[in-house]
Design a protein around this ligand. Structure first.
Ligand SMILES: C[S@@+](CC[C@H](N)C(=O)[O-])C[C@H]1O[C@@H](n2cnc3c(N)ncnc32)[C@H](O)[C@@H]1O
Length: 517
């Protein structure tokens, strides 16, 4: 869906950026198609790389500075880097930067060095790890005493177990420590860093939160950290073979390197290679002072309220990688709840400030895309109102629905799950615009009108996003106060029902007549 007007010509005194036409259609997500993002190291809410890349190509030019202030695993900065831009990654979570830096680092060193490092680890560890698999408890306890283990820190209070070491069986702890020691002993260089990423990714599978997927091989599955966003111990934890688990990860890393090398090689042979990657670990308020008026494009998805406590949940990796977030980072984390029990009021205020800071960092006449999804209209209000107040005009709003992760979440629950994001794209005019937010808005009528214009079915996400935008366009976003239960009830009252199989709303055949058609 498109919002308000589009820029179709080069504005007087404007640049090529001003002539850019906003993207108007959703882009089918290809999450698994890039080895550099899929299979190297997991992270939360990773954006589909092909969507991010398409936005970067649309809204920025070669040599431009492309920033993601809430960069996560670095998809924005990595894709910008590979597209001959200056990709700027920022995140207060050390794990996020470790992954982003690690993936970009795969552009360094030769494939032979990587294979040699894996070979050296195989020679040193495979037999040892197989022996550990056969050890009894007494032998394991003896080995454990001589190994360097991470500090046994306290876990977040909603974890099933109290301490870090309780996340592992002794066998897992010992196996991981043996592997880690061998990685640490590799000669310093890019291939050592690559093996460290593979080791860190192995941590995800060799702990008691790992659940193997039903009906598939044991190693397929995931950790509760990613499915229910807390440290839940599996009822019947399974112990995957440590060497094979690591080797699979390391091979994924090597495949990602090959892919990155090839991408860069093609650029070198065609338009030339100028990609740059920069990394920062600051709160956006500090970042703003560093990049005031210097950024050409921002693509970002800020944390969505209280769904995921990134810092708490990254403890599994950050502790053993010896890179704990600072107290300040914890205080500055943009979430509702978490161990510091941040309030919702603070979140809304900081979300609004973050958008203001993003606009401050953008050059005049440049673009910014913000990905967001939530039932709370107040969060959308914070984003849209803040952008408008600071001189950024909403030019496009696209609902992205239907990718594989989306349907996985939908399968777990039902119509009450929102799993397709809205990508809001703004253009910095530099002319602040006061927003009227409290006009009249009849939510049932709005829903009815949207439903009437859809003949057979509609995704709940698209419908909800359209209602939010409708309220925004009618200067009434402040008056739109709707819960997910109300929303579902209203849609049903209009004669539509939820199709559990296809995860969308369908017009009842009996009541072909909705209230408004
Ligand atoms: C929705 S995730 C981004 C995921 C990313 N788009 C990707 O593809 O991997 C939001 C990120 O914001 C980070 N974050 C939270 N508060 C922050 C703050 N105050 N400053 C910078 N980053 C922050 C979190 O650590 C998390 O990685």
């Amino acid at each position: 869906m498109q919002a308000r007007r589009t820029v179709s010509t080069i504005e007087p005194g404007g640049s090529v950026h001003a002539a850019i036409q906003p993207l108007e259609k959703p882009i089918a997500a290809e999450r698994q198609a890039a080895r550099r993002h899929y299979g190297v190291h997991p992270y939360f809410t990773r954006r589909p790389f092909n969507v991010v890349r398409r936005y970067i190509l649309q809204y920025s030019k070669e040599g431009d500075r492309v920033l993601d202030p809430f960069g996560g695993s670095g998809v924005t900065a990595i894709e910008a880097f590979l597209e001959n831009r200056i990709g700027i990654q920022n995140d207060i979570n050390p794990l996020a930067n470790f992954i982003a830096r690690g993936i970009v680092g795969l552009a360094e060193g030769t494939i032979e060095e990587y294979r040699d490092s894996l070979g050296a680890l195989r020679n040193q560890c495979r037999e040892k790890l197989n022996d550990i698999q056969r050890m009894d408890d007494t032998a394991l306890a003896t080995v454990r005493r001589i190994l360097l283990l991470p500090p046994n820190v306290r876990l977040p209070s909603n974890a099933d177990v109290e301490r870090y070491h309780d996340l592992f069986s002794t066998r897992q702890l010992v196996s991981l420590a043996v592997l880690r020691q061998a990685v640490d002993n590799l000669p310093t260089g890019p291939s050592k860093q690559a093996m460290l990423i593979a080791w860190s990714a192995t941590l995800t599978k060799l702990n008691k939160t790992f659940l193997s997927a039903e009906g598939r091989s044991e190693s397929r599955g995931g950790s509760s950290i990613f499915s229910i966003y807390r440290y839940k111990i599996a009822r019947r934890p399974i112990e995957l073979p440590p060497w094979e688990t690591f080797e699979e990860r390391a091979k994924n890393v090597i495949a990602a390197k090959l892919e990155i090398d090839k991408t860069i090689e093609i650029k070198k042979r065609t338009e030339g290679w100028r990609g740059v990657f920069e990394e920062h670990a600051e709160d956006i308020a500090e970042l703003k002072d560093r990049f005031r008026g210097q950024i050409d494009y921002i693509f970002t998805d800020p944390p969505y309220g209280g769904h995921i406590s990134y810092l708490d949940l990254s403890t599994l990796w950050n502790v053993w990688l010896n890179q704990n977030p600072t107290k300040k980072a914890r205080e500055m984390e943009l979430i509702v709840g978490g161990e510091l029990k941040h309030s919702e009021g603070r979140y809304i205020e900081r979300l609004s400030d973050s958008i203001r800071d993003c606009v401050t960092m953008l050059k005049q006449g440049r673009w910014m895309s913000v990905v967001f999804q939530h039932w709370k209209v107040a969060y959308f209000d914070a984003i849209l109102t803040s952008a408008s107040h600071c001189g950024a005009e909403l030019r496009a709003a696209i609902s992205q629905v239907g990718d594989p992760i989306w349907s996985m979440h939908k399968k777990k629950r039902n119509e009450s799950v929102l799993a397709g994001e809205l990508i809001l794209t703004f253009y910095k005019t530099g002319e602040p615009c006061r927003v009227h937010r409290n006009g009249d808005f009849d939510v049932s009528q709005s829903i009815g009108e949207i439903l009437a214009s859809n003949r057979t079915h509609i995704f709940g996400e698209s419908l909800f996003n359209r209602v939010v935008l409708e309220a925004w366009n009618k200067s009434a976003i402040g008056a739109l106060d709707i819960s997910k239960t109300d929303f579902i009830e209203i849609v049903k009252k209009h004669g539509w029902h939820y199709d559990e199989k296809n995860h969308y709303w369908v017009r009842d055949t009996k009541s072909q007549q909705s209230l408004f058609n």
